[in-house]
Ligand binder design. Structure first.
Ligand SMILES: NC(=O)c1ccc[n+]([C@@H]2O[C@H](COP(=O)([O-])OP(=O)(O)OC[C@H]3O[C@@H](n4cnc5c(N)ncnc54)[C@H](OP(=O)(O)O)[C@@H]3O)[C@@H](O)[C@H]2O)c1
Length: 327
């Protein structure tokens, strides 16, 4: 079993985690679906149990996923196993649980305390292991206040460490000055490299928690040019920031990249998804991919990447050449 540390925190996690966005079910943001369509909670709980059986110990959610539902499903699934797992959740979005609608953002000290208490309640736990700022473009000028608030939560024993979910290396570096800042959560997949962010992680000893590690499902290989995602799926009625899918269909340029590297990813008996996760494990010793999982079968396949381990340096170099990336 490959284990990784969350930065300087001393917290150890399985090198492949479990992303719990989809299992939150439907919710709406800016008038568009922000979930992944309807979910079957029993299947979600079974998927978490299968992942646990296969050695996965790191679970990433957010208060806003399903307007609180993802955290509640995790509570049910992790009952009796709390001390075996590491739970990461996020704050910063304000939402109405009754209508399952995102209503705004708030990162004031008072709201963060309130959001933390609400997440602890929904998760059924007395501490959050990694508490992450969910507002990727929050102003840099607020970093000192955010760090002070989060350090106070650490002092109170409510959280163990914190991080920022952002794709901006400058913001990640600024947050890293907080004594208990352990990670940055950012997009990283074999289709979308992030060398500047990985350099910040090395400089500041942060874990690189990878969202979108399967390019929102593209890297499972199950979507082709004629696939159309349903309208109640965030990929179906795609918001402006979505580039992996356009108008509900996989973007052709990313499908072409996937085809170019398919043989390398599937070498050594790996499935495509396992190869994509193996690329991430090989990309840096700090990476912790958190593939989104919604079924038992996906939990099994993704946890299987732990057994195969990282792609080799030669395979990474070959992929870099095939995708015309600088060495
Ligand atoms: N701003 C943020 O902080 C932020 C943003 C995005 C994500 N995240 C976190 O990162 C996690 C992962 O990112 P993501 O969910 O966007 O993308 P992802 O992990 O790249 O893709 C997940 C989706 O791929 C499909 N899938 C997963 N494993 C599969 C398998 N073995 N075979 C076939 N299909 C498979 C599932 O959807 P289908 O079966 O429907 O295709 C699943 O929901 C999220 O769950 C969340 O915890 C955080």
């Amino acid at each position: 079993m490959i284990v990784r540390e969350l930065g300087r925190s001393g917290i150890q996690v399985s090198a492949v985690g479990f992303g719990a966005w989809a299992i939150g079910g439907p919710f709406v943001s800016g008038g568009k679906p922000a979930g992944w369509g309807e979910v079957d909670d029993d299947e979600s709980v079974a998927a978490v149990h299968r992942a646990l059986d296969l050695g996965v110990t790191f679970f990433d959610t957010a208060d806003v996923y399903g307007a609180g539902h993802s955290e509640r499903v995790l509570r049910r699934a992790l009952a009796g196993r709390r001390d075996d797992v590491v739970i990461a959740t996020k704050f910063g979005n304000v939402f109405d649980p009754a209508t399952r609608t995102v209503t705004g953002r708030d990162i004031s000290p008072g709201y963060i305390r309130q959001a933390c208490a609400a997440s602890l309640e929904r998760l059924g736990t007395d501490r959050i292991d990694l508490y992450q700022l969910h507002i990727g473009d929050a102003p840099l000028e607020q970093v000192d206040d955010l760090i002070a608030t989060l350090e106070a939560l650490v002092d109170d024993g409510l959280i163990r460490a914190y991080g920022w979910s952002t794709d901006d290396p400058e913001r990640a570096a600024a947050f890293a000055k907080g004594p208990h800042c352990a990670a940055v959560q950012h997009e990283l997949s074999v289709l979308r490299d992030a060398p500047a962010m990985l350099a910040v992680c090395d400089t500041h000893e942060l874990a690189s928690v990878n969202r979108g590690p399967l390019a929102m499902g593209l890297l499972s290989g199950k979507y082709g040019p004629s696939s159309k995602l349903p309208d109640d799926d965030v990929r179906g009625d795609s918001p402006a920031w979505m580039t992996l899918f356009r108008d509900g269909r996989p973007a052709p340029e990313f499908l072409a990249m996937m085809e170019a590297i398919r043989d390398v990813l599937t070498s050594g008996g790996r499935t495509l998804a396992q190869g994509a996760l193996g690329w991430l494990l090989g990309r840096s010793e700090r990476t912790v991919p958190i593939p989104g999982i919604r079924t038992v079968a996906q939990a099994e396949e993704n946890a299987g990447a732990l057994g195969h381990g990282p792609l080799s340096a030669a395979e990474l170099a070959q992929i870099g050449e095939l995708l015309h990336r600088p060495a």
